[in-house]
Design a protein around this ligand. Structure first.
Ligand code: 5GP
Length: 201
């Protein structure tokens, strides 16, 4: 039985996942899961901070060595969650937050049904497209790939426990933090604390 809990933020790129993820990490003592990817670093991305950047060959070796908790192909690159740090965090009672795609969320949910899945979306498709364009990181063809992937991702909504519509960023961050706080206070997540209090009196 692990001591910490798992929380997943998923949803299409452009929905504001990265920003919200970082705001939640900064506002809590949750641990970041830093993924491994075969995608090339974007300007400003730092090895070991945003991702561990690996060649496809190195990535395949990590798969063969069983180093991933889950791995998925997203937008023609590989992304995976390294197992070891997650296990260590959980053992030490820390909660872990994942920013992973829908397939990754599915794998984690299969292994850990108690993991809490939060799907992040824009209120409209127009806003999603505009945010992707504003990022200036996509070519026209990768933009098309990401937009058509977004619909497929949203159609997997039954996998998730919550949906947050990121219209006003501060509101969305507040909602994600509220979801996490409420989950932490569920009776089933506090049995040992309750039993301890009962034993003391
Ligand atoms: P980006 O290339 O924009 O950083 O990320 C692309 C997509 O890959 C995002 O939806 C992000 O959530 C997802 N992603 C990042 N790391 C992982 C991971 O370790 N596993 C899975 N399954 N998806 C990931």
């Amino acid at each position: 039985m692990h001591k910490g809990s798992l929380f997943i933020i998923s949803g299409p790129s452009g929905a504001g996942k990265g920003t919200i993820y970082n705001r939640v990490i900064a506002a809590t003592d949750m641990k970041k899961s830093i993924s491994v990817t075969t995608r090339k670093p974007r300007p400003g991305e730092v090895e070991g901070v945003h991702y561990y950047f690996r060649t496809e060959e190195q990535y395949q070796q990590m798969i063969a060595a069983g180093e991933f908790l889950e791995t998925a192909e997203v937008h023609q690159n590989y992304y995976g969650t390294p197992k070891a740090p997650v296990f260590e965090y959980l053992e030490n009672g820390h909660d872990v937050l994942f920013d992973i795609d829908v397939n990754g969320a599915k794998s984690i949910k299969k292994k850990y049904p108690d993991a809490v899945g939060i799907f992040l979306m824009t209120p409209t498709w127009e806003i999603l497209e505009q945010r992707l364009r504003d990022r200036n990181t996509e070519t026209e063809s990768s933009l098309k790939i990401r937009l058509s992937a977004a619909r497929r991702e949203l159609s997997q909504y039954p996998l998730f426990d919550y949906i947050v519509f990121n219209d006003v960023l501060d509101v969305a961050v507040h909602e994600v933090l509220s979801i996490i706080a409420a989950e932490k206070r569920k009776i089933k997540n506090n049995i040992s604390a309750i039993k301890k209090l009962l034993e003391e009196n």
